[in-house]
Design a protein around this ligand. Sequence first.
Ligand SMILES: *Cc1c(COP(=O)(O)O)cnc(C)c1O
Length: 241
Amino acid sequence: MTERSLNNTQLTIIDNIKIARENISDALASVGADGKSVSLMAVTKTVDPMRINTAIDECGIDLIGENKVGEFLDKKPFLHLDGVKTHLIGHLQTNKIKKILPEVEMIESVDSQNLLLKINEYSGKIDRQAQILIEINIGREESKTGVLPEELNDIIGLASELDHVKVLGLMAVPPICEKESEIRAYFAQMYKLFVDITVKKKDNINMDILSMGMSSDYVYAVKEGANLVRLGSALFGDRRY
Ligand SMILES: *Cc1c(COP(=O)(O)O)cnc(C)c1O
């Protein structure tokens, strides 16, 4: 497609993605981590397939995240997913494991031992090894899912004994903070957990991915060690539900 045939919505998305990539590089440079690679996930909840395809086709976005199983499966047939990975990033109810597991590369939101066991059971049945991240409730918020930091060792221990799941890292959605120092402290706590598990070197556990940072705070997340950021509104504009 040539620039001329793109509409304003598409041009805005292209611009937004360019800016996000620059901000990520600048954040890395500011902490002396220039060479490090950070994956940019486009979070596509409430975003229609035309806009998602713009991000993929025009900007080379190769990772998308969806929160809801039903919404993702409805949109999937219309998406240009060749060479694009898809992750589930929202809470997964156990009765939807069957539907989603064959359809995504990774489940980032594994937030309980029960869900972990059920994913293992089903991926065993379809002879797969599910790639997962463990979601941490780093702000200890009642309203959020995720394991508490002190529960992490137990769920990692359990996962290391299961044949049909592979833990590839950690994910978090920290509380909304007013101050830079507050949000950075949560990201720093996540990075510490990530390093703690890495040095333990358990079977079946590879700490490759630290998924944290959203539209309002991804620059700080990158400065604190995130290597996957999940951006929705910064790329596609405000969500209309
Ligand atoms: C919606 C969502 C995002 C993206 O949020 P923005 O603030 O729009 O960037 C990232 N991660 C999760 C888990 C989400 O639900």
